[in-house]
Design a protein around this ligand. Sequence first.
Ligand code: SF4
Length: 474
Amino acid sequence: MGACQTATLKHAPRYPRLAALGHGLQHHRKAIQIIQWTVVGFYAVLLLVPAWLPLPGHQAHILSNLTVFAAFVFWGIWWPFVLVSMVLFGRLWCGVFCPEGSLSEAASRVGLGRPIPRWMRWKGWPFVAFLGTTLYGQMASVYQYPTGALVVLGGSTVAAVAVGLVYGKGKRVWCRHLCPVNGVFALLAKLAPLHYHTDKAAWEDFNRRARQGEAVRHAAPDCAPLIPLKQLDSTSDCHMCSRCSGYKDAIQLQARKPGSELITPSRDRPASAWEFALLIFGLLGIAIGAFHWTASPWFVQLKQLSAVWLVNHGWLWPLETTAPWWILTNYPAQNDVFNLLDGALLIGYIFATGLVMATLLSLALALANRILGAWSWARLWHLSYALLPLGGLGVFLGLSTITVTLLRGDGLRMLWVNDARAALLIATSAWCLSLGWKILGQYAMGLRRLLALGGVVLAIGVVLLAWWLMFWGW
Ligand code: SF4
């Protein structure tokens, strides 16, 4: 047996079939590219054509009207199930299907190839971009109107191509640093049971064999999101494109326990205040507020009280002034116009929900943190990971309200939907509890661990209360 084979066997993958699947994908690059460009074409048609068609009437159906069909595909299927795919397969969506990533990378191959500037590397972009897109999406009623979708999704695509044309050489600089959903995808992918993993011992062993002439060095894989391949032990940035599969006999597609990366986070990814803010204030706060306001009787009351107060004080302009449709929803023919008061209250309500949720969740987690011992910021950040499954489920449930509304508009009664929501919330809470228990186990055992679990239970309760209000309480 040759030295090379010996070394390969010594570092044989734990899941050979998965490793073979990764290698197979790598060898079918052409097929992946065909998929990517097919998705780009499909995306372009669904985004551009409805924006130039007349708005559908109330009787329009998913299968009889392209605009309703596009809304159903984008918001009812595409986005909710992209989120599900993150939890199941990591960021496979990004590497194989995402039209924006494909376009940005293609643009970068023919672009100026400039180095990534410092401002772009700022760690706060995922948080700011997620907040900005969520708020703007609500202001422009992105789920209801194709022109709103064109501005939000199309604007993001144009920016992705522009960044590709200027920065990086055949890379996905946009995806790595500026994509509005990069932060959320990076979080959710941590839950995935699949990942490309570098066996560092096999890596070193390959280098040693290469120095001795027993192994042949190949060019480094073209990793579009610019990941240092030797440290590949997190799914957060990896787009699962499989280009590095088998590199140095050390990188393989492997299986792991779902959520295991949350229990023992990668050492190369220290506690991050931006990540904490994105999860607690963004995903579990602002995102919930963005779904809540349309169902909230408190929002209606607030609007009425504010309008009465303004009229009594002779300030009529906030009630009369409207902004263009690309700033605030403005479709008079549809009887759907936001005045300045509507816009201000909408932003205020979503922000207030974010603040209330973030405060309550931080307090509950801080309680658990304190029970475990002296105050530790890194531990608080780590504990927040226990809530990640509920954060992902919340956005899925929120977006699926669009799926349900459109399907009901088509005559499906779907009486089982609230039972399914309850079942999903219960199952996901159990997952959060189990994750919380395992994370706490990294810091304490026995009674202290059990008491600290109380803080995690409180936090889960806060999130459940928010969804109970939306689907049952109001
Ligand atoms: S590390 Fe890079 S090259 Fe490897 S699968 Fe992930 S994105 Fe692709």
